[in-house]
Design a protein around this ligand. Structure first.
Ligand code: TSX
Ligand code: MN
Length: 609
């Protein structure tokens, strides 16, 4: 037990909702215990109903936590500003708390359970005094799915409660799924005093528990998402033999009518949500993209020995700036109703707005800090990390399989990165283990949207660097084990092929070589051909590259040598970058799987090193 138990249970906090037919004993005990420490004025069990949602919204309109959006243009939608010092995930304040430091690994902040008890737990003492404590039951994954898991978030933020209603299956259905004796992930959240000095997000993967205090920002406060569905679920997945990944899931319907599904992992600022909702160009009639998920995939072996994936989320919590009719019309349609906008700008007629939303800047814009914004001013009106929170079912491209309890079968894994040079538009790994090596070596260049320098190469294996709830060396091992030859569910495993893409390669003149966006369907087409053993490729030191004419470029207006340049492999350049990757791997010491080191050595040999 991590939590110090109080000797005297405060029985008058004992609140339970009689309208729920069943009350899980462990849940009731935990709720009472938390209430006895945080001392809320009242405890409310969220049932997820419309009436409850309306009540919470009315209350937040009254206390100005929310502003109502224009009911004609954005019906049932609301605008929120978080505290200006609380607008993004805080990686330096995010901890993995395991008995042994080595189990958190070199890429996570570790906090001992004793330290958590001494430094973090006392911050919850009286933290909810005078406030309402919401008990938010939720399911990650489709209801009734063998993939899905129950979480309970205790929070003193009504904004969190209504956001969880969009992002998860929240309320009575979750308690029903939990039942009398079911297991659940405990998430305790309090806004605290919002001070960055007293802000901590602590994960206990051995206890299936999360403590978050001092932040109301989505990634720190909506505990179902990164905290549960990636960090805690990742550790569960390793124990139970499945994968919890930072991946979009999309379906590609071909002219034959068949749909094939892929999972793709990208570091931030690569346009993951845009790819998940891609609209093929007119020349690709007969093709259609179906969105299953834009951020997280839970993946396990099906009865056929293939990998099947579900999106554990029910909504999109997307970066607003950069989203426009041009870059992502499906996202623009999704956010037209029943949505929440956080830290965007707000127009005088009650609409969310961001700088590159398209069209002229309207008059009378209030910026994300609440100040009057002057069009053309160097200050951005919307925070670069401002967000929309919108129900997935409203997305015009949402897959008919989005709610399927069995998920969708995966034909390919795609890793991606933002690389101005060196990395080709697309390549295919030689085999599964080489594919795991490709995933482990993902590195992307920073953009202005992320804080810090622009164009700096950051290692981000599997796009999981901030989201791996255990030692990343063990995570690489788990990926290797998943693909080790053998049986799953009594039949031979059939692993998807593994690819790497880069939409961002530039010419010597600094121009993007690839048109990207909808045209990326051409790359997906080659990936699907290869995944069924068709398509043409040539071998290179880093993997298989599309053969000349192998990639469908019909109707593309491109510079004469652009395609050659996009697919060019420069072994000397790759060789020059190899030592940096060696240094990165060395951080893992003996937790780096020997197979990853072997793959790295073989790749260096192929590069002439
Ligand atoms: O999301 C992007 N994708 C994936 C789309 C399905 N973006 C935006 C990234 C910021 C988050 C892209 N930006 C993509 C891309 O494929 N490619 C680029 C680079 C690029 C930018 C502008 C142009 C072309 C490429 N414009 C013209 O060629 C006119
Ligand atoms: Mn993400």
């Amino acid at each position: 037990m991590l939590r110090p138990r109080l000797g005297i249970p405060l029985l008058f906090f004992h609140s339970r909702l009689s309208r729920f037919s069943r009350v899980n004993r462990a849940l009731q005990t935990w709720v009472d215990e938390v209430a006895s420490v945080t001392k809320p004025q009242r405890v409310v069990w969220c049932d997820g109903s419309d009436a409850e949602n309306e009540r919470l919204i009315a209350q937040m309109l009254a206390d100005e936590t929310l502003q109502k959006c224009n009911p004609e243009k954005f019906p049932n939608s609301y605008y929120h500003r978080s505290h200006p010092s609380d607008v993004a995930r805080t990686e330096h304040l995010t901890f993995i708390s395991t008995d042994k430091k080595e189990d958190a690994g070199p890429t996570n902040n570790w906090m001992s359970p004793e330290q958590a008890r001494e430094r973090v737990w006392p911050l919850f003492s009286n933290a909810m005094k005078g406030r309402t404590m919401y008990v938010v039951p939720y399911v990650m994954g489709p209801l009734g799915s063998p993939f899905s898991k129950v979480g309970i978030e205790i929070t003193d933020s009504a904004y969190v409660a209504i956001s969880m209603r969009i992002m998860t299956r929240m309320g009575k259905a979750a308690l029903d799924q939990l039942g009398d004796n079911g297991e659940f992930v405990k998430g305790l959240h309090s806004l605290g005093d919002l001070s960055p000095e007293r802000r901590f997000i602590v994960h206990f993967p051995q206890q299936n528990e999360i403590w978050s205090i001092g932040s109301g920002y989505g990634g720190n406060a909506l505990l179902g998402k990164k905290c549960f569905a990636l960090r805690i679920a990742g550790a569960q997945a390793r124990r139970e033999g499945w994968l919890a990944e930072h991946m979009l899931i999309l379906g590609i319907q071909e002219p034959s009518g068949e749909t094939h599904y892929v999972c793709a992992a990208f570091p931030s600022a690569c346009g993951k949500t845009n790819l998940a909702m891609l609209v093929p160009p007119a020349s690709f009639n007969g093709y259609k993209i179906f969105t299953v998920g834009d951020d997280i995939a839970w993946i396990r072996f099906g009865p056929d020995g293939r990998l099947w994936a579900v999106n554990p989320e029910a909504g999109f919590f997307g970066v607003a700036p950069g989203t426009s009719e041009k870059t992502n019309p499906n996202a623009m349609a999704t956010i037209r109703k029943n949505s929440i906008f956080t830290n965007t700008a707000f127009t005088s007629d009650g609409c969310p707005w961001w700088d590159d939303m398209g069209g002229d800047a309207p008059a009378g814009v209030t910026d994300w800090k609440g100040n009057k914004w002057i069009p053309g001013s160097p200050e951005k009106a919307a925070h670069p990390n401002s967000r929309f929170t919108a129900p997935a079912r409203q997305c015009p491209s949402i897959s008919p399989k989005f709610e399927d309890p069995l998920g969708v079968p995966i034909s390919a894994f795609i890793f991606g990165a933002r690389r101005a040079s060196l990395v080709p538009l697309v390549y295919e790994s030689f085999d599964w283990n080489h594919g795991v090596y490709v995933g482990s070596s993902v590195a992307s260049e920073t953009t202005a949207a992320a804080t810090g320098a622009v164009g700096v190469l950051r290692r981000d294996p599997f796009a999981m660097l901030p989201f791996c709830g255990y030692n990343m060396g063990d995570y690489f091992s788990h990926w290797l084990t998943m693909g080790a030859p053998g049986n799953a569910n009594g039949v031979a495993k059939k692993m998807p092929k593994v690819f790497h893409v880069n939409w961002f390669r530039k010419s010597a003149e600094g121009k993007f070589l690839w048109p990207g966006f909808g045209e990326n369907i051409r790359v997906l087409q080659w990936i699907l051909e290869r995944s069924r053993g068709k398509g043409t490729a040539v071998e290179s030191p880093i993997g298989y590259i599309p053969a000349k004419g192998g990639l469908n470029t019909a109707g593309l207006q491109m510079q004469p040598n652009a395609m050659d340049e996009l697919l060019r492999i420069d072994p000397k350049g790759w060789a020059a970058e190899a030592p940096q990757l060696t240094d990165f791997y060395n951080k893992f010491g003996d937790r780096l799987p020997a197979e990853i080191r072997r793959q790295h050595q073989m790749q260096m040999k192929r590069l002439g090193l």
